[in-house]
Design a protein around this ligand. Structure first.
Ligand code: HAX
Length: 434
């Protein structure tokens, strides 16, 4: 398998590089942590490492050093499409090089050969109450397959530490292969005919989701390819990535770790924000019976803030500019749905909301994040049940977190265990320093 060969070839150099860094410079101080950070969700504390993606506050995400517009040019495209193959993206995340078309297709073929969803995972989804949230179903379906973990089985019989990453890669490919089919089934079970639709042999991983969910148009296939590309990774500190990393650091397998990551993504300050954002835009449209004037929109924003709510889709813990993932989706909207009233509202939001949030004087980043437009694009193509949107986010995010998990095991990253203090201890530290 090309992924295994490439990682094995790179590994000695990485191990030497990291080993040397830690051995010779283990006592070099990288940053300090202050009391605000300890009580403030560890914002900005530099305590994690990943080479798969990096979020620059001004520039946004780079995957393996490449910015989103560059990758939209460079990554191999699905046949007959201008949008990248997810197999090529996964290759890039895992290997760090832009793949050829053949290399991207080799990942797509791996996925095809591992894509069959076990019936018991579908049965778990079927067995749940009809009003169960799609993210709960998604997390449960992933966890249900834990019994198939190659890593867990090999660990039981005594795997060498140097082999952890290979077993992790097996699990990562087995799990990611099945995600579009599981997500499409969750949608059909909750909102459609309840049928499981098998993937088509001639379609790529992302294009197949469009087919299985029941919107097989070229435009929706392309949106799916774009969506699964954009949401895949956002360095290691965000809640879903960090939850996955923490759980996997205990040598829990990919299924345990990704189920945990999905549970974190389900929170309204994280992945659930895309459904909150669309809900909020729809409430604006309903209030004014269509597009409001900018003055009306401005007032609606203030009413939301004065009611103690956040404006979903705006703000970010790290970014200080419009999120390039927003910009890429916004361009898709401008190209394909300029006449859509809801998209016009997204355009108006970009003019009004940053100004309003700036006037509050406390929001550090008044610009849109990835969630400010993604739901609107889904809504346009007929996925209108916004409870489902975070599942799509999750399908994509698992590409990034599993690539990270493979490399974490390859580089022997240990059990994560930061130290906590008591408030009394902090008070004493502060009084000694003042
Ligand atoms: N609307 C209203 N107030 C906001 C705001 C927004 N969109 N964004 C930030 N603020 C407020 C914060 O609530 C905070 O207020 P308090 O001091 O009263 O608690 C203040 O501004 C400072 O916050 P910050 O430092 O700018 O932002 P944080 O790092 O604390 O939080 C969040 C980042 C993304 C959680 C925040 O901007 C927010 O709640 N945004 C709306 C929800 C959202 O869009 N989430 C999705 C983020 C992207 C993502 O992870 N997707 O999965």
């Amino acid at each position: 398998m090309i992924l295994k060969e490439k990682i094995a070839a790179q590994l000695p150099e990485w191990q030497e590089r990291v080993g040397k860094l830690v051995k010779e410079n283990g006592d070099v101080v990288v940053g300090e942590v202050n009391v605000s950070q300890i009580y403030g969700g560890m914002r900005g504390a530099k305590v994690l490492v990943t080479d798969i993606s990096y979020v620059d506050p001004q520039e946004g995400i780079r995957f393996r050093g490449y910015a989103i517009p560059e990758l939209l040019e460079l990554l191999p495209k699905a046949q007959g499409s201008d949008f990248p193959l997810s197999g090529g993206l996964y290759y890039l995340l895992l290997i760090g090089e832009i793949p050829t078309y053949a290399e991207a297709m080799s990942v797509e073929e791996e996925w095809k050969s591992r894509g069959e969803v076990p019936s018991y995972a579908l049965d778990v989804i079927r067995a749940m109450p009809a009003d169960t949230h799609p993210m709960t179903l998604f997390s449960q379906a992933i966890l249900a397959m834990q019994n198939d973990s190659v890593f867990a089985k090999r660990y039981q019989v005594g795997m060498q530490k140097t082999e952890y990453w290979e077993a992790m890669l097996e699990d990562a490919l087995n799990l990611t292969a099945k995600l579009p089919a599981i997500a499409a089934f969750i949608y059909r079970k909750k909102f459609g005919d309840g049928e499981f639709v098998a993937p088509r042999a001639d379609l790529d991983w992302a294009g197949n989701f469009a087919h299985m969910v029941g919107i097989p148009t070229q435009a929706y296939q392309d949106l799916t390819r774009l969506y699964f590309f954009l949401h895949s990774d956002h360095e290691s500190g965000n809640a879903s990535a960090h939850a996955t990393h923490l759980v996997a650091s205990a040598l829990s397998d990919v299924y345990y770790a990704c189920s945990a990551g999905i549970n974190a993504l389900a929170g309204p300050l994280h992945g659930l924000a895309n459904q909150m954002s669309l809900k909020w835009l729809l409430s604006v449209r309903e209030e004014f019976g269509g597009l409001p004037s900018e003055e009306q929109f401005d007032k609606y924003c203030w009413d939301t803030l004065n009611a103690g709510q956040v404006i979903p889709g705006y703000g970010h813990a790290v970014l200080r500019q419009p999120d390039p993932r927003y910009t890429a989706q916004f361009k898709f909207g401008q190209q394909f749905m300029q006449d859509d009233e809801l998209f016009q509202l997204v355009e108006m939001a970009f003019e009004v909301i940053p100004k309003v949030l700036g006037e509050t004087g406390k929001v550090k980043n008044p610009w849109p994040n990835v969630d400010a437009v993604s739901g609107t694009l889904q809504y346009h193509y007929g996925i209108r049940e916004f409870d489902f949107y975070t599942v799509l986010f999750g399908v994509s995010r698992i590409l990034g977190v599993t690539a990270n998990a493979v490399w974490a095991r390859a580089l022997g990253q240990p059990l994560e265990r930061p130290k906590s203090l008591t408030t009394r201890m902090l008070e004493e530290i502060v009084s000694q320093k003042r």
